[in-house]
Design a protein around this ligand. Structure first.
Ligand code: ATP
Ligand code: MG
Length: 377
């Protein structure tokens, strides 16, 4: 099987690594250069998108901010999974909110803003404090504003107005500020036959809007809620592939924050912690193969490596620690790789996270240090 992935970043890279044992070959479309590249070496291997589409058995995507004309070409080929509509919903908060409402899943109260009048109406409708998010192009907490007090309105409107004016199709989605206990996410796969397999929930720590630590958790009650919402969203899109739902946990009730129509950073722990990793399951789904077991095989957490291209080698001396580099050039704050940490049971995993806090730099790995500081056996 030959799978063409739209996007040539770390997610395509990890799909390629997971696909090799199944004889699934991956090529990647680099949206910036327009080249077809090898997802591991980044060397150019193809002659334009049209030829690559022709050659591929299946086309899929590693991110949701893809130009709609490219999505249309892929959709037309009849090989694109999940659908162009699913990718668009993940890349446009207006479509995403409409989808969540249609699927009947709980999400934060919201209002779409394209004018100053809308902003006033949103303040009325949603109330303060609120979070304002650009409808298109947001990721890692970028393109967001927090409106807490009325005296911030003018300054925030000034920035939002420029954001809206920058393109024809941009808008802002105002959302009620949710006071949550924690953030969790559910990654799962839906097959061509409609079968659904979800992983255990992950509890996520964000630092300055970016995921820093993600830990697989066992919580039967929350898991049930999350799976029901996952299935509702996946079924309403007739989704095929891996899909992620991010939630706010408000006193034991889940509210969907957003969806990602792709393999997800909060599912990287599955590489060492689950029977079948999310990358393999995505490929199995889009290639029409039976889904693999999503069972948790050991306590696992994932630590993002941001803006660093080396780690102390002692990390690897801790049993159950696995480093995954993405082969990217170093840039401040950039996702450069991740560490999966495993233990036979929760206490062992927690002890290893504390050991890592002694080795890893405090500024580069704030979530690990925070975990260790709060940890008492
Ligand atoms: P991602 O990289 O996950 O795609 P993003 O930039 O698309 O991030 P969100 O996930 O919507 O944005 O928001 C980033 C973070 O901001 C969330 O993980 C959460 O911590 C916080 N946040 C978002 N929306 C709200 C809200 N309505 N109330 C409170 N906090 C929020
Ligand atoms: Mg998010």
């Amino acid at each position: 099987m030959h799978v063409l992935v739209l996007g040539a970043g770390q997610l395509a890279r990890m799909m390629s690594l997971a696909g090799a044992p199944l004889n699934i070959e991956i090529s990647a479309y680099d949206v910036d250069s327009g080249n077809i590249v090898h997802p591991l070496t980044q060397s150019v291997i193809g002659n334009g998108l049209h030829n690559a589409i022709e050659r591929a058995d299946v086309i899929t995507a590693e991110f949701e901010h893809i130009a709609h004309d490219i999505l249309a070409i892929c959709q037309q080929s009849g090989k694109f999974l999940p659908s162009a509509d699913a990718i668009k919903a993940g890349g446009d908060r207006r479509l995403e909110k409409a989808l969540l409402d249609k699927a009947g899943v709980r999400n934060a109260n919201y209002y779409v803003i394209t004018s100053r009048q809308d902003f006033d109406d949103a303040i009325e409708h949603v109330g303060l404090p609120m979070v304002l998010k650009s409808a298109l192009g947001g990721y890692d907490g970028k393109g967001q504003w927090r409106l807490k007090q009325r005296d911030q309105i003018e300054a925030i409107w000034h920035e939002m107005e420029q954001c809206i004016a920058a393109t024809d199709t941009q808008a802002i989605v105002a959302e009620e500020f949710v006071t949550f206990d924690r953030e969790v996410s559910l990654v799962g796969a839906r097959g061509k036959d409609g079968s659904v397999a979800v992983y255990p929930l992950a509890e996520n720590v964000h630092t300055n809007g970016v995921l820093t630590l993600s830990t697989a958790i066992a919580d039967t009650e929350l898991q049930q809620q999350a799976k029901q919402m996952f299935t509702a969203v996946a079924n309403s899109l007739e989704y095929v592939g891996v899909l992620a739902l991010e939630f706010f946990d408000v006193d034991g009730t889940l509210l969907v924050n957003e969806i990602a129509p792709r393999v997800h950073n909060s599912g990287h722990w599955t590489q060492q912690g689950a029977e079948t990793c999310q990358f393999e399951n995505h490929l199995r789904a889009v290639c029409g193969l039976p889904l693999g077991s999503t069972k948790l095989i050991r306590s696992t957490a994932m630590i993002n490596i941001l803006g660093e291209d080396t780690l102390p080698p002692q990390v690897l001396a801790i049993g159950g620690c696995h480093i995954h580099w993405y082969g990217k050039e170093k840039r401040a704050g950039r996702k450069m790789g991740h560490i999966n940490v495993c233990g036979d049971y929760n206490g062992e995993l927690q002890r290893k996270l504390c050991q890592l806090a002694q080795i890893l730099d405090k500024h580069a790995f704030p979530a690990v240090h925070e975990f260790a500081a709060n940890f008492s056996e």
